[in-house]
Design a protein around this ligand. Structure first.
Ligand code: KG4
Ligand code: ZN
Length: 343
């Protein structure tokens, strides 16, 4: 089966062609530079970029895959969560193409696709096995999920305010660094020593909560740097301390979820999962708790079309319901209603 995957939920216009579980092409065009002066994604700019570039990205993906458009058999498209204007471009494009080619279309949940990236390729070259705990850490999401099978991903906890990637971006802006902030903070923090660390607030919320809150630490950074000179060393100190505090909370809650549900596998995804410090810290915590750990390579952590196409193909093969009337769902969650009873 040949599947075209389209991803436009945020600032990446991404498209991939996959054939029977193999990536033939995976193209991304990003408007990230256009947002840098604002320190965050400007929805209007992102949407306009998608409209302008989507034809070219799809064409390029088909060309690289050496696939004729008429040979496509399935279209998978992200329909949520994400920015409405951005999602609308991808979904409209995908629906028009499915109509013109008379081929089925399947709507894909972006968060689940981030997790599914681990089934394409991961650092350990073995496939995760259900059930597992999924952790998605990105610019728009911070979610801990109990994943029982391909179409049963249930949210245990979410962020109550900023997503972790968003917190990185905002702290980078406060420190006068560029955008996106995640990779810059990671780089600046790299050579800092733990013993000099400043104490920033770690927010755990209620006792058994798997939810997150990152807006407090961002404000704490803002107050901490007030009237201080932003030297290179000082920035490194703040970047390191922020990164450690945020990752400590994420790891503690995730490992707690593994223990609570007696799950021995952890799978992560999303842009922040590209962070080496997070990788090493989670890997250590998993080893200490005898948990198998999976993380996709850097390129598959960030938004891409391959994770969408692959998940689409896998769901299609499981006879997952196709819906030609898909619409965008900006606040789409995995399965929210269930989780509260399991706290
Ligand atoms: O998954 P993604 O490409 O888009 C969303 O679905 O949001 O994630 C983008 C986010 C940005 O906030 C960016 O700052 C963050 O991922 N990010 C990182 C790193 N690389 C990207 N955060 C921390 N460390 C990194 N190395
Ligand atoms: Zn994403």
């Amino acid at each position: 089966m040949i599947t075209l995957g389209i991803e436009t939920s945020c600032d990446e216009t991404a498209c991939a062609v996959v054939k029977d579980g193999k990536i033939l092409s995976n193209e991304v065009s990003s408007s990230v530079k256009l947002h840098s002066e604002y320190g965050g994604v400007v929805p209007e700019i992102a949407s306009r970029f998608h409209v302008e570039y989507i034809n070219g990205v799809v064409k390029k993906a088909l060309k690289k895959a050496r696939v004729n458009i008429l040979d496509l058999e399935l279209i998978a498209v992200t329909y949520g969560p994400g920015l409405s204007g951005s999602l609308l471009i991808g979904v409209s494009f995908a629906k028009a193409l499915s109509y013109a080619l008379s081929i089925p279309i399947i709507g894909i949940n972006h968060i689940n696709a981030h997790i599914y990236a681990n089934f394409i390729r991961n650092k350990f070259k073995r496939m995760p096995k259900f059930p597992f705990i999924g952790l998605v850490v990105s610019g728009g999401h911070t979610s801990i999920m109990l994943c029982r099978n391909l179409n049963d991903f249930r949210i245990l906890g979410n962020t109550k305010d900023d997503a972790v990637g968003e917190a990185f971006d905002k702290v980078a802006k406060i420190l006068g660094l560029g955008y996106p902030g995640g990779p810059i903070i990671e780089k600046r923090a790299r050579h800092f020593r733990k013993k000099d660390m400043i104490k920033l607030p770690k927010t755990y919320l209620e006792k058994h909560s798997y939810d997150f809150s990152f807006s407090g630490i961002k404000t704490a950074v803002l107050y901490y740097i007030k009237n201080k000179k932003l030297t290179k060393d000082f920035i490194a100190l703040v970047a390191y301390s922020f990164q450690e505090a945020v990752f400590d909370v994420i790891i503690e809650k995730t490992i707690r979820a593994c223990r609570k549900f007696d799950i021995k596998t952890l799978v992560i995804g999303g842009g922040v999962a590209a962070n080496n410090r997070l990788f090493n810290k989670i890997k250590d915590a998993c080893d200490a708790n005898r948990i198998l750990f999976y993380s996709p390579g850097k390129s598959l952590c960030l938004d891409n079309g391959a994770m969408v196409a692959m998940l689409g193909e896998a769901l299609f093969e499981k006879n997952e319901i196709l819906n030609n009337e898909i619409n965008v769902e900006t606040n789409l969650e995995s399965m929210l209603t269930w989780e509260r009873t399991f706290r």
